[in-house]
Design a protein around this ligand. Structure first.
Ligand code: TRP
Length: 429
């Protein structure tokens, strides 16, 4: 079985929280240990610039996210773990993809459209406050993915459209320039829970209801004590349905532990006691990771070194691949190659050949891609006459055959001739 290449990026615009841990970090680190996958994980710091205008925050977030992944067990020896901005080939590929992407396609991207809709509803200019960076976001993301020819891209549901766009860009590029890119697929983790936040809504930075993954133990306890519950008193049976506390517990506990908490709910456990149980269970899993995290974050130079080593691994792929892509699109040295590739391209297509015979007359023939003779002319008095006949065939295709009947003998099958002539007409269009 061919190794599956799995790739995903994390935008460096915030501090990792429990929702990120359960929804992305934990499953991804586990998956990276499987023998049949080759994984690429990167810090999407170019993407962060789209949302964050504070340099110090971008840097801090990059450090925190890198330390988090390493603390949670990502093994940089096993996977390729790098920072997007350490791979200059990615913005270069972004440009190559930009040139095969319809502007209309980007107009329909959810994130951009949401901004436009909001502006329109507010009676503002549709593009008010929208940067070209936000507009181009899907192209940068496609470059991230296509650079490493990833098969699978684990993402949240909100990112599916971006993966589809990356597929389309890959297909357009392949169509124009040859098969260079693998068409990626979104890998949606349906079985991993979306965690509720402190207020019961989905845990998300934008709701300001997150529990940061690596706060000190006492702060974690405080945050958990603040989770929204209903007003049922101790001794009153409680419902697990719609209980944020219960869902959080479930994401960390075994099936037996979860069943035990459900039983305690039915028996009227006090909210304070249930919160204490959640806190202990969470801290049990997080404490050892937190210890590593705290150590790593004290040593940014070590993390920097790890990322630089990752970039070297990434560029060992990206640099030669980019050279190949540059050649494919025609960004080439002037003192070599030209002849070889065009010759190859030419011999793979049907062609007219003009020549003069010893009788002094001018002839031409049409051969197919494999060199098989399809059309043979009789002699023309001048080279110009022969060239005009060729031009008619190239422009009008098979329709020109009747008018030139007296100067032509056809060979081989009519369908092949039609197809070859259609090739020239298509080239004109
Ligand atoms: N857009 C992704 C997010 O916000 C992050 C990201 C950037 C990404 N480049 C990527 C994810 C490439 C997967 C593949 O979640």
């Amino acid at each position: 079985m061919k190794t599956q290449r799995v790739l995903t990026g994390i935008t460096t615009s915030g501090t990792p929280h429990l929702g990120n841990y359960v929804g992305a970090i934990r499953p991804t680190v586990r998956a990276s240990r499987l023998a049949e996958v080759e994984s690429f994980y990167f810090l999407a710091d170019y993407h962060a610039l789209i949302k964050v205008g504070e340099p110090a925050r971008v840097q801090r977030s990059t450090l925190e996210i890198a330390a988090t992944w390493l603390a949670c067990g990502l093994d940089p020896e096993r996977v390729t773990f790098y920072r997007q901005s350490d791979v200059p080939e990615i913005p270069e590929l972004t440009w190559l993809l930009t040139c095969v992407t319809g502007k209309g396609v980007l107009n329909r991207a959810h994130a951009y459209k949401a901004s436009v809709d909001k502006n329109t509803a507010a009676g503002e200019d549709p593009d008010a406050g929208v940067t070209a960076g936000l507009f181009m976001y899907p192209v940068l993301m496609a470059a991230d993915i296509l650079m490493f020819n990833a098969h699978q891209v684990p993402v949240g549901r909100d990112q599916i459209q971006h993966i589809e766009m990356a597929r389309d860009m890959a297909a357009s590029f392949n169509h124009l320039y040859g098969e260079h890119f693998t068409l990626p697929e979104a890998a949606i983790e349906d079985h991993v829970a979306t965690l509720p936040g402190l207020d019961g809504r989905k845990m998300s930075k934008s709701y300001d209801n997150t529990i940061p993954l690596f706060v000190p133990r006492e702060q974690l306890r405080k945050l958990i004590m603040g989770i929204l519950t209903d007003s049922r008193a101790p001794g009153e049976p409680k419902s697990t349905e719609g209980s944020a506390l219960f869902q959080l517990y479930q994401a960390f506990a075994s099936a037996e532990e979860t069943a035990a908490l459900a039983k305690a709910y039915a028996e009227g456990i006090a909210w304070g006691d249930a919160k204490q149980m959640l806190f202990e269970r969470l801290d049990h899993e997080i404490a050892p990771l937190r210890e590593v995290y705290d150590r790593l974050i004290q040593d940014p130079a070590q993390i920097e070194k790890t990322l630089k080593a990752g970039a070297q691994k990434a560029r060992a792929i990206a640099t030669p691949f980019t050279a190949r892509l540059r050649d494919a699109v025609g960004l080439r040295r002037l003192d070599s190659v030209v002849a070889t590739t065009t010759k190859a391209a030419r011999s793979a297509a049907p062609a007219f050949k003009q020549y003069r015979e010893s009788d002094g007359l001018f002839y031409f023939k049409l051969v197919d891609a494999g060199g098989q003779l399809l059309l043979q002319s009789t002699g023309f008095a001048s080279g110009k006459d022969a060239a005009q006949a060729i031009a008619r065939l190239q422009q009008q295709g098979s329709q020109a055959l009747a008018g030139l009947r007296d100067q032509l003998t056809t060979q081989g099958d009519a369908a092949a001739l039609d197809q070859a002539l259609a090739h020239f007409a298509a080239d004109k269009g």
